[in-house]
Design a binder for this molecule. Structure first.
Ligand code: IPE
Ligand code: IPE
Ligand code: MG
Length: 247
């Protein structure tokens, strides 16, 4: 039986976050330039978004470009930004057709102006769509986000619009770029790397982690189903005992 058939439709994770890794190695394995890996990665994004709609996953967050990725060679950064602009232009009609809402987390102001404009335009256009929320992490890092949130809170306290007693976990969550998005239930990282790479450190507090050796361009609907089935076999205890959770 395929993993797709094994999914329990009543217990699908509400939010799946993915560290899409391995584009470069996927290309290299076939003697191609890294660029082709990123291109194939865009196709995988499209397929996984469609799979989430089919499985009824409400939020899909994809780590597309980290703060640290700005340190890659200029040719690669430029190629990634061009791919991003092209992908948004090409995919916007289908996002509308498929009722997908595009959202972003990260320092969008750091993107090239045309990329930022395209992105904001597409977010506005899709903001009333009620299907999958496709959240792209762009120029994102968790430490950047937490630092920003801290600064905002300190400013509000200094100006007197907030008191120190108002600072609690809920308030901190609301100060993150993910303020309108529930915490991920399942985090997937492709390509065999076993690390978080500065992604959603606050929000992943109780996410289930799933690592696979598959490179991102090869990650397909069946691979996603496999991760969801694995997730469904786990017991999320949130610090309690198994007996408590099951009573
Ligand atoms: C992930 O693939 C995509 C981005 C980080 C933009 P990589 O480009 O990191 O691929 P590898 O890890 O070098 O194989
Ligand atoms: C993490 O992948 C960032 C994205 C997937 C966008 P990297 O390939 O940049 O991470 P490291 O450098 O191997 O940790
Ligand atoms: Mg990588």
């Amino acid at each position: 039986m395929s993993y797709i058939e094994q999914i329990d439709k009543t217990r699908v994770p509400q939010h799946v976050a993915i560290i899409m890794d391995g584009n470069g190695r996927w290309a290299k394995k076939q003697g191609l330039n890294r660029f082709f890996g990123h291109q194939a990665g865009v196709t995988a994004v499209r397929k996984i978004t469609e799979a989430c709609a089919e499985f009824d996953v409400k939020y899909l967050t994809l780590y597309a470009f980290s703060t640290e990725n700005w340190n890659r060679p200029k040719e690669e950064v430029d190629a990634l930004m061009t791919l991003l602009v092209d992908a948004i232009e090409r995919e916007t009609p289908d996002l509308m057709k498929n009722n997908v809402r595009l959202r972003a987390i990260g320092d969008l102001a750091r993107l090239p102006k045309n990329a930022e404009d395209k992105f904001r335009g597409c977010m506005r256009l899709t903001e009333n769509n009620t299907g999958v929320n496709l959240v792209l992490a762009l120029s994102y890092s968790s430490r950047w986000e937490i630092t920003n949130a801290t600064r905002q809170i300190a400013k509000a306290v200094k100006e007197g619009s907030m008191s120190i007693d108002d600072i609690n976990e809920e308030m901190l969550s609301k100060s993150m770029t993910t303020c309108e998005i529930p915490d991920p239930d399942l985090l997937i990282r492709t390509s065999g790397e076993l690390r978080i790479s500065n992604f959603l450190l606050w929000q992943l507090a109780y996410a289930e982690l799933y690592f696979t050796d598959v490179y991102w361009p090869d990650f397909d609907k069946e691979q996603l189903a496999k991760a969801i089935v694995d997730y469904q076999g786990r017991e999320r205890r949130y610090g309690m005992t198994s007996e408590q959770v099951n009573s």
